[in-house]
Design a protein around this ligand. Structure first.
Ligand code: MSP
Length: 512
C-alpha cells in the first residue's frame, strides 16, 4: 500500500473573481500535490468554494441577484480559472452541494449528541468581511473596524446556538504544544497559543436572522455559522457522514491544510475543536503562508495595483504558466509575506531562460554538433570536477524530499535551478568546445557531454512539480519520456548512452 497524501486549499468565497492571492495558494498546493504524486504517493488534492454567509448575501444584493445565482456564476469562474492554470485538483467542493449540506447537518447533530451545543443569545461585534465574531477588547483595539480588511464592525444581537469551544481550549493548546509540526511555519505557532492562553469564549454557531445557509438540524429557523459550514468541507468532500466513507477512511487525517495567515485561528482552534467533538482525528498540519502586496502596498482596485486575472492572463500568455509558478514560489521563503513586482518577475523569467533553458540548449546543441545527437558514454577515469557535479546530482533527491516535506517551496524551486547553474559552470570549466578541437581528447569530450546531460536531466526532473510543462518539454529534448515512472526511478537512473536526443529548442524563448 503506497503512502497517502491529502492536501487542501481554503475554499474561496465566490463573491468576487479570483486574483493573485487565490492563485498563489492554489498553485502552491498544486506543486505540493504534484510532488507527492511524482514520488508515487496516493495523493488527493481538494479545493472549492465557500458559498454561504452574509458576505455572499450582501454582494448578491448589490448586484440585484440571488446569492445562489452569484455562487453559481463565480464558482464557475473559479473552476474555469483553475483549468486555465492547469491545477491538478482531484475534487472541487461547493458548500451548496447536497453532499456537503447533509454531512454538515450530521456533524452538527453529532456535536449536539455530544452535549457540545446549547441555545443562548449573542450580543456583540461581528466582522462581516471576515465572517468572524470579535471580542469587545479586539473591537476596541481596532477602533471597531476589521483587523484584516478595515471595514466597520457590525453589532449583532440575536438568539443563537453556541458551541462549547471552552471545553476544548486546553486540549487544543496541549495538542499544539506537543506537536510542533501541527502549525507551520513554526513562527506562527505563538500567535495561536498566546491567544488561546488569553482565554476563549464559546462560539456562536448559528444565525437566526440569515436565511442563506445550511439550516440547523433541530431548528431550521437558524442557519449554521459559515465557518463551521466551511471548515467541514475538508471531510464532507471525502464522504464523511455519507453512505460511502471509503475516501474519508483512506485520506483522513489531512497531511496539509494550506491557508493564508489570516485564517490560521479558524483552522487551528475552531476546526480541531469540531473534530474533537465528533471524535475524528486532527489534521497533521496546518501551513499558513504569507500575504501578497503589490508594489509595496496592499492590493487594491482603487490604487490600481491589483493583480487580477487580466494581469495574470497577460503574464501567462506572454511568458508561460510555468514562469508564473516559478516566480510565485521562489519570490520569498514560503510562509513570509511577498510583494509583486514586475521587475522581480522579469528577473525570475531571466533566471529560467539563462540558467535552465540555456543549460539544456547548450547540452543538446553540443551533443548534436559533436556526436550527431546521440548521447555518448563516459570514457575512462573521472576527474575531480566530474565527481563534484555527480555528487550534487546524487544529493538532489534527498534535498528536494526534505524541502517538500517541510513545504519550503522556495527551496523546491531553487534546488533544481542551482543544479542547472552548477552544470553551466561545469561546462565552462571543462570547455567542451576546446576538447572538440583535439581528436586526442574525444574520450574526455564524451565524458563531459554525458555528465552535463545527466545533470541537466536531473535538474529538469527535479522541476517537474513546479514547471510541469517546461520540464516535460525539456526532458523530451533529451529523448526522455517520463510517463509511467516515478521520481525515484527518474532521479536514480541515467539517460542511457546511445540515446537519440530530440531537437534543441529554447525552453524559454526570448519575449519581445
Ligand atoms: N472562505 C474562507 C476560507 C474558508 S476555508 C475553510 C476565505 N475565503 S477567501 O476567498 O477570502 O480566501 C482567502 C484565501 O485566499 C487566503 O487564506 C489565501 O489563501 C488567499 N489569499 C487571498 N488574498 C491573499 C493575498 N493578498 N496574498 C496571499 N494569499 C491571499 O477566507
Amino acid at each position: 500500500m503506497s503512502k497517502r497524501f491529502y492536501i487542501t486549499t481554503p475554499i474561496y468565497y465566490p463573491n468576487g473573481e479570483p486574483h493573485l492571492g487565490h492563485c498563489y495558494t492554489t498553485i502552491a498546493a498544486d506543486a505540493l500535490a504534484r510532488y507527492h504524486r511524482w514520488v508515487g504517493e496516493d495523493t488527493f488534492f481538494l479545493t472549492g468554494t465557500d458559498e454561504h454567509g452574509i458576505k455572499m448575501v450582501k454582494t448578491a444584493a448589490d448586484l440585484k441577484i440571488e446569492p445562489s445565482e452569484l455562487a453559481d456564476r463565480v464558482a464557475a469562474v473559479f473552476q474555469e480559472v483553475w483549468k486555465e492554470l492547469d491545477i491538478s485538483h482531484d475534487d472541487f467542493i461547493r458548500t451548496t452541494q447536497g453532499r456537503h449540506k447533509t454531512a454538515v447537518q450530521e456533524i452538527v447533530r453529532k456535536l449536539q449528541a455530544n452535549g457540545d451545543i446549547y441555545l443562548g443569545s449573542y450580543e456583540g461585534w461581528y466582522d462581516e468581511s471576515q465572517e468572524e465574531f470579535v471580542t469587545e477588547t479586539e473591537a476596541k483595539n481596532h477602533e471597531f473596524k476589521s483587523a484584516v480588511t478595515g471595514r466597520g464592525l457590525v453589532r449583532y444581537k440575536e438568539p443563537t446556538y453556541f458551541f462549547r469551544l471552552t471545553k476544548y481550549a486546553s486540549k487544543i493548546l496541549e495538542h499544539i504544544e506537543r506537536n510542533p509540526g501541527f502549525i507551520r511555519p513554526e513562527s506562527r505557532r505563538n500567535e495561536v497559543t498566546s491567544k488561546l492562553k488569553a482565554g476563549v469564549d464559546d462560539l456562536s454557531i448559528s444565525r437566526a436572522t440569515l436565511k442563506w445557509g445550511i439550516p440547523m438540524p433541530n431548528d431550521p429557523g437558524h442557519v449554521i455559522y459559515v465557518w463551521i459550514d466551511a471548515l467541514s468541507n475538508y471531510i464532507t468532500a471525502l464522504g464523511y457522514a455519507a453512505g460511502d466513507r471509503s475516501r474519508f477512511e483512506r485520506y483522513w487525517p489531512v497531511d496539509v491544510h494550506l491557508i493564508g495567515k489570516e485564517i490560521l485561528w479558524f483552522h487551528t482552534v475552531y476546526w480541531p475543536a469540531v473534530l474533537m467533538g465528533i471524535g475524528a482525528e486532527l489534521p497533521k498540519s496546518v501551513f499558513a503562508h504569507g500575504w501578497w502586496t503589490s508594489g509595496g502596498r496592499k492590493m487594491s482596485k482603487t490604487l490600481g495595483n491589483f493583480i487580477d486575472m487580466e494581469k495574470i492572463r497577460g503574464i501567462v500568455g506572454k511568458y508561460g504558466l510555468d514562469s508564473l509558478r516559478y516566480y510565485l514560489l521562489r519570490a520569498a521563503p514560503f510562509g513570509s509575506d511577498l510583494d509583486w513586482n514586475d521587475g522581480d518577475f522579469m528577473k525570475a523569467f531571466g533566471e529560467l531562460a539563462n540558467v535552465l533553458g540555456n543549460c539544456l540548449n547548450r547540452v543538446v546543441k553540443m551533443i548534436g554538433r559533436y556526436r550527431g545527437g546521440v548521447l555518448p558514454a563516459v570514457v575512462g577515469e573521472l576527474e575531480e570536477i566530474d565527481r563534484g557535479l555527480l555528487a550534487r546530482m546524487a544529493g538532489l533527491e534527498g534535498e528536494l524530499g526534505k524541502a517538500y516535506e517541510n513545504c519550503e517551496l522556495h527551496h523546491c524551486a531553487v534546488l533544481p535551478l542551482e543544479l542547472a547553474r552548477a552544470t553551466n559552470g561545469y561546462i565552462e570549466s571543462t570547455a567542451p568546445f576546446g576538447l572538440a578541437k583535439d581528436p586526442a581528447k574525444a574520450g574526455r569530450l564524451d565524458t563531459v557531454l554525458n555528465i552535463s546531460a545527466q545533470a541537466v536531466y536531473r535538474a529538469l526532473v527535479g522541476f517537474l512539480p513546479i514547471l510541469p510543462h517546461k520540464a516535460v518539454e525539456g526532458l523530451r529534448q533529451l529523448g526522455v519520456d517520463v510517463s509511467g515512472k516515478d521520481m525515484a526511478e527518474l532521479l536514480g537512473s541515467d539517460v542511457p548512452a546511445g540515446q537519440k536526443l530530440g531537437e534543441g529548442q529554447p525552453l524559454f524563448p526570448r519575449v519581445e
